[in-house]
Design a protein around this ligand. Structure first.
Ligand SMILES: [Zn+2]
Length: 430
């Protein structure tokens, strides 16, 4: 369903034609920058009493000149839809964001595939509709895992999943509960098949690697408190993903397009803007950078038998994992020789991360183009590089998936500590 409406900007008093496509989300906060003056206009669509639809407006109002049937092209035009990327450009009657998205998924040779993909997108959106209402509860449960009342943590998870988690408060059982909860709640954002492959791969490794070498590694990172702190930092990211849920919807759609390439499609997101999410990317990169320490340790064991035995780079090798930890993100990759774990290179853009961290980023609300300056923002500023807000949200999504995958590695290393190393220690005591 769609509604056509001409909006008047309260700042410049000029008119813009809007076609508002309906999502299934009860409350749909849509926004766009006025094409005349750049001010942010907000339209909230409330369908909680469907079939009735209620609109509320901020910084804009419905124009006195509403279209009779179709827009006549005298005003600039914007499409708005929470669930899909929307195009810039001319108003084409009937070619709604939903229709455009369906066309993009259509394959002449396999017409059924497009339909199935659209259904899949819809299912994920319905899951998001269900979970985002519970975002505060999800945050509370994740916080309880780190608190002192572990019994309460288990009880709340049991209630949430409607599946009894049993009475055991052993660390391995608490961990099992935590990961079951996260896998369930964050399913709409991840690629289930990929997570399963990754977890199987990590589990295999924990059995196949020489036990003394892996034992020394796990012992070192557990004793230093590193593994526990890293897990805590991962857990801080999860609730933020539900806060970003609306702007991630069009990015999820891009999963279904086989030929997605950054900056090839000038498409917009119809909600919030870049400023609300730039720190989230920076924060996930930060956590991911430290997760790479685990990858480096294991890679060293596989390649050279010891977690601190690094490959020589430019004639020198790092003497410890601590030295690796101090390296910048791009330098870290150099020391992961022929890595056993395949990192999605789309996920990390050190230039974007550095530009955000040093505040060398400009955002154009009207075009949704992010211009960033990886080499700093001097007086004689260079042209910098650009990316669309949609591509940026896609990067957050892909990076979150990497973080989630590597969070499973933390789980497996903890199991190794709880079930193998701890048992050995007790065996020695007896
Ligand atoms: Zn305006």
């Amino acid at each position: 369903m769609n509604t056509n409406m001409t909006m008047t900007c309260k700042v410049c008093n000029e008119d813009t034609d809007c076609r508002i496509g309906y999502s299934n989300r009860e409350i749909q906060p849509l926004s766009f920058a006025c094409p005349h003056c750049g001010s942010l206009m907000r339209i909230t669509l409330d369908i909680s009493d469907a079939p009735e639809s209620k609109f509320s407006f901020e910084s804009c109002r419905p124009s006195d000149n509403q279209p009779r049937r179709m827009f006549d092209g005298s005003n600039p035009f914007v499409d708005l839809h929470l669930d899909f990327p929307v195009r810039f450009g001319e108003y084409v009657p009937g070619l709604t964001p939903f229709m455009y998205a369906s066309q993009e998924l259509h394959d002449d040779e396999n017409p059924m595939m497009g339909v199935l993909k659209m259904q899949f997108h819809n299912e994920r959106l319905n899951q998001l509709n269900y979970f985002h209402n519970k975002a505060d509860e999800i945050k509370t449960i994740i916080r309880l895992y780190g608190g002192n009342n572990k019994q309460l943590f288990k009880k709340r998870v049991s209630d949430f999943l409607e599946r009894d988690q049993g009475p055991s408060l052993k660390p391995q059982d608490l961990n099992a509960t935590l990961y079951q909860f996260l896998s369930f709640v964050f399913l709409p954002f991840v690629n289930f098949g990929e997570v399963k492959d990754v977890v199987d791969g990590f589990s295999d490794l924990s059995v196949k690697l020489p036990k003394p070498a892996l034992g020394r590694f796990v012992d070192a990172i557990v004793k230093a408190g590193f593994l526990a702190n890293l897990q805590k930092d991962c857990l801080k990211i999860y609730p933020e993903i539900y806060h970003a849920e609306m702007a991630l919807r069009p990015a999820l759609f891009l999963d279904l397009k086989g030929d997605y390439e950054k900056a090839k499609t000038a498409a917009r997101i119809s909600t919030k803007d870049f400023q609300s999410y730039k720190d989230l990317y920076k924060d996930i990169v930060e956590v991911f950078g430290r997760q790479l320490i685990l990858i480096a340790g294991i890679n060293n064991i596989i390649k050279r038998g010891d977690f601190e035995d690094f490959k020589k780079v430019d004639g020198g090798a790092l003497s410890s994992l601590e030295k690796f930890a101090a390296k910048t993100l791009s330098d870290k990759f150099k020391y992961l020789d022929d890595c056993f774990y395949n990192i999605d290179k789309d996920a990390v853009d050190a230039g974007v991360r550095n530009s955000i961290a040093h505040n060398n980023v400009h955002y154009d609300e009207v075009t949704q183009l992010i211009r960033y300056y990886p080499n700093g923002g001097g007086i004689s500023q260079t042209a910098g590089e650009t990316m669309y807000f949609l591509d940026f949200m896609r990067m957050i999504l892909v990076l979150f998936r990497e973080m989630h995958n590597l969070h499973h590695l933390i789980k497996i290393l903890f199991y190794f500590e709880f079930l193998i190393l701890e048992k050995d220690r007790q065996g020695r005591k007896e």
